[in-house]
Design a protein around this ligand. Sequence first.
Ligand code: CP
Length: 289
Amino acid sequence: LNHVLSVDQFDKALIEELFYHANWISKAKGHSISHLRGKLLANLFYEASTRTSSSFFAAMSRLGGRVLPINDVTFSSVSKGEILEDTIRTLACYTDIIVLRHPEKGAAARAAAVSPVPIVNAGDGVGEHPTQALLDLFTILAEQGRIDGLSVTMMGDLKHGRTVHSLSRLLRLYDVTVNYVSPPELRMPPDLVRPADREVVELDEVLAGTDVLYVTRVQKERFESTGDYHYALTEDHMARAKPTMSVMHPLPRVNEIPLSLDADPRAAYFRQMQNGLFVRMALLMYLLG
Ligand code: CP
């Protein structure tokens, strides 16, 4: 593995290896280890981010490496019209690895085509967000104790949500039942739906059997929305859900999960967010260590 562009590059053996290290790091609570001392990571973000950019920053720092942050490309030569390829060539001269978020699907592959250093896709438009899917899978395993045999329900804007696109691909490696809940206009892209998957409009149709409920927000920045796609998980839903169900969300949330549910032990989204640090530390060690 050189570049990390898609979850399709991962098989079960590689995932197990990464999770073994992520588990070890999580037991040490992400405390500093110096495996990557002397290495430099470029955090190149053409789109807003809180979790991905800061967890990569923290992961590299806790591994003893350093970070060159470009979190607002309007203050770089991108604002003068520099193309992605030239920006990548430039940063590759100075750094050992580039974490890239970009609004265009396929941008990470474009970057990888010219980069002599590893490119990590931190979200490419409506394409993929592979490191998010890895931390999601790690969280499912940590919360449920297994992956095979689970019923996973993804709810929300499945058309534009790159986190669900990557998670859906990654779950194909496992024996899971997958349900998709969305308004008809925001359904999962057809090529990601397998014949055995269930697509419904109402959560109630699949809630009772769900082990993992993965909620996403409407990606208003990605399309001209004419509808009111408001949907939310409620205390009433939680009362009817399995007592062992895990609620996940890649965050940020925008009214899909009320704050009143945060204290429910089934609310796993903040633990999920923290797992991002451990999984990204393990991935950086794998790529650079
Ligand atoms: N989950 C996620 O990608 O969050 P950010 O957009 O804050 O990085």
